[in-house]
Structures are given as C-alpha cells and as structure tokens.
Design a binder for this molecule. Structure first.
Ligand SMILES: Cc1cc2nc3c(=O)[nH]c(=O)nc-3n(C[C@H](O)[C@H](O)[C@H](O)COP(=O)(O)OP(=O)(O)OC[C@H]3O[C@@H](n4cnc5c(N)ncnc54)[C@H](O)[C@@H]3O)c2cc1C
Length: 430
C-alpha cells in the first residue's frame, strides 16, 4: 500500500470501530497504536456494562448514541454468537432526598424513551402461580423407573412463564444397588426446610441443588447406605481474583470448561428412627483469568452433615456444612466463586409438630456466614432466616399455608438489611 486515505491514531474501541466502518466504505485506513496490541488501554479496563443512557441530558448526543447504540450492540452480539447478558440494574435510594431523586431519574428515563424502568419500593406484594409443578413418575419392568418434573420458573412475564426442568432421570435397580442417569437433587445435603418459600433457605444455610449426574447407590446391611455421583458442574463466569471485581465474561459457563466432572458422595446411617448422613463434594472448574490472560482451575468443595429424626408428633431435621466456592450449590450466600476461594459455613434446623392429621406447625432457623477475608467489600457476609408456618391440608388434597419469616443480611462494610416476609400458599397435590 503506497497511499492511504485516512490515518487513525489509537486502536481502542473507538479507533477500531471507525476504521472498520471506513474500510467498509472502501477507504484505505491505517490505524497507529503506541502499544504492541489493540485495546490495551481504557477499552480493556472498563466495567463491560452496556449502559441504558439514563443519566445524561435528554437532547445530548451521548443519550441518543447510548440508546441507539445499545440496541445495535445487542443485535450485533445476537447475530454473531457473542454473549451479552441483559442483567438490568438497581439504582438504590436510601433516604428521602435520594427517593425524590429516583423519581426524577424515572421520569427522565421515560421521557428519553428508555423501556423497562420501574420503582420497586420496600413493601412488595406478589402473587404467582410459577411455583406450580407437575411431573410423571414412570414405572417400568425389571427394576427400571424414571421421573420427569417441571415447574414454571423458567423466566418471562409473570402470566406467561416458561417451563423449567427440575428432574429428568432414569433409574435402574437390581440386587447390587441402583444406578441413576439424569438430573435430580445433589447427593450432598439432601434435606430441605419445611418452609413455604420456594428458595428453601438457599443462600442462607441450605446448600444443594439439582444437576445432571450419574449416580450409584448401594445399601450395605439394613442401616448403611452409600451414594456416589459424578455430576456436571453448573457454573457461571466467576470473579477474577484481585482484579476489578468484575466477572471474567469469557462467554463460557465455567463448568463447561472443566476437564472433569464434580464428585459427590454421601454415607447414610439409620439407627432406629434417626437418619444421619455425612456427605461432601469436590470439583475443579476452569475459567479464564484476565489478570494473567490464561485459563486457570479453581476449587469447589463442601463437607456436610444431615440429620432426620421423627419423635412422637415431632419431626426434627437439620443440616450443617462448611466449604469453598459454593455459589452453584446455593451456598457462599450466592457470592460469585473466585480463584482464591470464597469460604463459608452454615446450616439450618426445623421442627414440625403434627397437631392433627390435617394441621402441621413448623418453626425453623437457617444461617450462613462467609469468611470476611475471602470476599470483596459490600458483598454479602451473613444471611439468616427465622420462620414459622402453619399448613392445613384438607381431605381433597388442597392445602393452605401461612408463613412469617424474618430475614437479615449483613454486608461487608455496609449496614445490615432486614425484612419481614409474610407468605401464603394454596396447593393441590394429587
Ligand atoms: C473505569 C472505567 C469504566 C468504564 N465502564 C464502561 C462501561 O461499563 N460501559 C461503557 O460503555 N463504557 C465504559 N467506560 C468507557 C469506555 O471504556 C471508553 O469510553 C472507551 O473504552 C474509550 O475508547 P477509546 O477508543 O476512545 O479509548 P482507548 O481505549 O483509551 O483507546 C485509545 C488508544 O489510543 C492509543 N494512543 C493514545 N495516544 C496515542 C499516540 N500518540 N499514538 C498512538 N496511539 C495512541 C492508546 O494506547 C489507546 O490504545 C469506562 C471507562 C472507565 C475508565
């Protein structure tokens, strides 16, 4: 090339975008960059947020380009298979003055034509049918059985929610034991609180979730049971340790890039009516660490104990755990996993009293604490919930529940947030 039409100084996102557009127009473009690679300055150090265009004057070029640009970015990403998450964001008002300000921001945003803005106040009322679940228990011959179960928590608007897969597995049983292929509850920490809350204490002392797995179960004598599983990690981009506190955003579900499955095991022991279990898991997911520009493995592990004891009219249950990087097991108070590890411990217990054939009372407490040194400032440090409920079940299978829960969340370097939640449920089981 002995002649160029345009020289652009700087191979940041702006310089490169201009160069790309100009070359499409048939111009010969030269981009000059002082570093030995493109995007080495501001463009690779920002927060990776696609802004809504909320905070600039209505008529400004910045607002116009931001609103037009974000639609173009989403479209470009979708066409080219680039991950771009529409996470939304909260702008928080914490006193009378900022509450007034937030009303102005809402008004301004709507005038600018920004969609999806709403004010969420401290007091919320919600009605949902999304927790309705149904499924099929399939019984075949020769010890083969299966299960499929879904609910409606798969996202979308409240009145037209998508299905979400809960369980889908095949079980093969013979004299040696049982083999399970598919998705179901984790082997570790198998119990759940008897709460009306869909989240059953997750992120507040109750760990364990549903994931794809191959499981082997075997009873030794009458009282000893062993469960072992190779499970698929279900991951998310993790936080780059020591970095800007942003996700690595490499576009990969970290667990997909793991070279090996996660291993889970539980040894259960039954003594009369008492059932006690010791369980644990270990995994080595892999993620891109942009601090050192290479992939690195990191640990996720847990050690757990679970107890189940019916006594007279009472049913007592509880679990305790300690571990690291437990976000995808609904632990670590749902703080993102990190290369160095987010360490946490927690547990829960509840007691259900059977007043009559149709009425049950339950009280329970759950709590999880994260090691302060392993999380960033403003992250969740401790989460606890105290609850009590009453459930009435009619002969027809219809049950009605009423629950009151008190939640408290402590943050690192921030005030504790508290809330009281009153919940009712109407359920038909058949
Ligand atoms: C902390 C932070 C967070 C941000 N977060 C977001 C966000 O979440 N969302 C968002 O949309 N925007 C964000 N931004 C803004 C966004 O990153 C910038 O607007 C954008 O990267 C600017 O791109 P640029 O190409 O103009 O500049 P740069 O990326 O800085 O590129 C300029 C290039 O010019 C080169 N250069 C300079 N002088 C010379 C020279 N004399 N000779 C040769 N080369 C030269 C530099 O080396 C550099 O590579 C953020 C910015 C910062 C600082």
């Amino acid at each position: 090339m002995d002649k160029i039409d345009i020289t652009i100084i700087g191979a940041g996102v702006i310089g490169l975008a201009c160069a790309s557009e100009l070359s499409y127009l048939g111009k010969d473009v030269l981009v000059v960059e002082k570093n030995d690679r493109f995007g080495a300055e501001t463009s690779s150090r920002n927060s990776e947020v696609i802004h809504a265009g909320l905070h600039y004057p209505k008529e400004s070029l910045k607002t116009r380009l931001c609103i037009e640009g974000k639609h173009l970015i989403y479209e470009y990403c979708s066409k080219n298979g680039i991950t771009a998450r529409k996470t939304g964001k909260y702008t928080v008002a914490y006193d009378d003055e900022s509450c007034e300000k937030i009303e102005q921001i809402l008004k301004h945003g709507r005038e600018c034509g920004i969609e999806g803005l709403e004010i969420i106040s401290g007091k919320e009322f919600n009605l949902t049918a999304n927790e309705t679940r149904f499924g099929l228990d399939i019984k075949g011959g020769d010890g083969v059985s299966g299960k499929i179960e879904v609910d409606f928590s798969g996202g979308n608007a409240q009145n037209k929610s998508y299905l979400m897969l809960r369980h889908a597995y095949v079980k093969v049983k013979n004299d040696l034991g049982c083999l399970l292929f598919g998705q179901t509850w984790d082997v570790i920490s198998p119990l759940n609180l008897s709460t009306l809350n869909y989240a059953v204490g997750w992120g507040a002392g109750n760990i364990g979730y549903r994931r794809p797995q191959i499981r082997v179960s075997r009873d030794f004598a009458e009282s000893l049971q062993l469960d072992l599983a190779l499970a698929r990690g279900i991951g998310d981009d993790l936080v780059v340790s020591g970095g800007s506190g942003l996700t690595s955003s490499d576009g990969y579900d970290d667990a997909v890039t793991a070279k090996s499955p996660q291993v889970q095991g539980r040894l259960g022991y039954t003594i009369d009516k008492l059932k006690i279990g010791f369980s644990g898991h270990y995994g080595r997911p892999r993620a891109y660490n942009s601090d050192i520009s290479e992939y690195r493995n990191y640990n996720t592990r847990s050690y757990n104990v679970d107890v189940y004891l019916p006594v007279c009219r009472f049913l007592l249950k509880g679990e305790a755990f300690t571990g690291t990087n437990l976000k995808t097991y609904n632990g670590s108070i749902l703080n993102d996993d990190s290369f160095d590890g987010v360490d946490s411990s927690g547990g829960w217990m509840d007691a259900t009293y059977k007043l009559s054939k149709s009425v049950n009372f339950t009280v329970g407490y759950s709590e999880e604490s994260v090691d302060e040194d392993t999380i960033k400032t403003l992250s969740r440090l401790n989460n606890s919930c105290l609850f009590g409920n009453i459930v009435y079940t009619a002969k027809s299978g219809v049950s009605m529940g009423l629950e009151v829960g008190r939640w408290a969340t402590k943050y690192k370097d921030l005030d504790t947030a508290k809330s009281v939640r009153v919940q009712t449920s109407f359920k038909y089981s058949f």
